[in-house]
Design a protein around this ligand. Structure first.
Ligand code: AHM
Ligand code: MG
Length: 333
């Protein structure tokens, strides 16, 4: 079988859809290269001195793992000098990172969660990197946080790498979703799945059940109905999966369907849910919609949310369309 590399895919995709100009291609290739470097570190584990805590806290008050910090550095360094970016923003950095003056400034802005699923690092469970690409506003000279406040529908590309038994890169530039597998011997990304489509119907859900007592009524109703199984209102048995790495849960859903939920709950109204709009919800919502699924915050489409703050959190319901529509309808009743 003829192998199609990431570069060949990007070049051919541009010819077909005219949606990946050279500078965006460079950006995606640089991010993919950085993910390869992160994958290499992840694979070394204890041998690479990358496990454990970095003994620092990020802006959200979460203790950073060594690998959170290392991955953030890798992505920053890889993307600074190419001339394709105006600025970057990361889940692990308080404020935006404009491209230093010594490098040319490009037309894109890159946002990332450098290492998603941090609680799984030290136990050798799948983790990942999530990224989102926006266009810098026309005429922008000195990037500020305000320039990043664009709804997810404005993303020109989004993707994630999952560091699991295989390292994979899942990418959308707005014309479907494609998946590449890292050939570790050759060091290259090879196209292995074309035009992923999420099955519309599913019997699988993903939620952290330990938060059940804090949920709002629509979520309780939705999950209770699934738990009731064959003899309940849904008339079928459901299965549950929770990996605690969003990348890995979303990757499963892209491949065999399901619904992923991280709802807001009664605990702290100033923190609606756990996941961050700009680094997690938006890129994943873009990918899921491009694969024929749906993504809402329980009320509206995630991609329509007008961001207020770089690090804002949102409730997330995403995956198979009919299930996301159902739980969203329960919120509207
Ligand atoms: P992180 O970016 O700090 O790793 O946090 C996000 C992760 C998601 O990958 C995952 O879905 C969720 O946190 C798991 O949360 P919980 O610990 O409540 O199971
Ligand atoms: Mg994360």
């Amino acid at each position: 079988m003829k192998r199609v590399s990431l570069t060949q895919y990007l070049v051919e995709e541009q010819r077909l859809h005219n949606n990946i100009p050279a500078s965006l291609r460079l950006l995606i290739e640089v991010v993919a290269r950085a993910c390869k470097t992160i994958s290499h570190s992840v694979g070394k584990g204890a041998l690479g001195d990358i496990l454990g805590s970095a003994n620092t806290e990020n802006i959200q008050g979460e203790v950073q793992k060594k690998l959170d910090v290392i991955s953030n550095e890798i992505l920053l360094e890889a993307n600074e000098w190419g001339g394709h970016l105006a600025a970057m923003a990361s889940e692990e950095m308080e404020s935006i990172h404009p491209i230093p003056n010594r490098y040319p400034m490009g037309e894109y802005m890159l946002l990332f969660d450098p290492l998603d699923g941090s609680s799984n690092i030290d136990v050798n469970v799948s983790i990942g990197t999530i990224f989102s690409v926006l266009k810098a506003p026309e005429g922008m000279t000195a990037p500020t946080e305000a320039d990043f406040m664009q709804p997810g529908s404005q993303q020109v590309a989004a993707g994630y790498a999952v560091y699991g038994p295989q390292t994979m890169l899942v990418l959308t530039t707005g014309a479907g979703v494609n998946c590449f597998t890292l050939d570790r011997e050759m060091g290259s990304w090879v196209l292995t799945q074309k035009d992923l489509q999420i099955p519309e119907e599913t019997k699988e859900f993903a939620i952290n059940m330990s938060n059940q007592r804090h949920w709002y009524p629509p979520v309780t109703r939705y999950v209770d109905e699934m738990l009731a199984g064959k003899t309940g209102p849904r008339g079928k048995d459901f299965n549950m999966r929770w990996i605690a790495s969003m990348v890995a849960d979303v990757h499963r859903i892209l491949n065999r369907g399901g619904i992923f939920m991280y709802p807001a709950d009664l605990r702290d109204p100033s923190q609606p849910g756990k996941l961050r709009l700009m680094y997690e919800a938006n890129p994943m919502a873009f990918i899921v919609e491009q694969a024929g699924g749906a993504a809402t915050d329980g009320r509206q489409r995630i991609l329509d949310i007008a961001p207020q703050k770089l690090h804002q959190r949102v409730p997330v319901f995403l995956g198979s369309k009919s299930e996301v529509e159902r739980v969203t309808a329960y919120h509207q009743e």
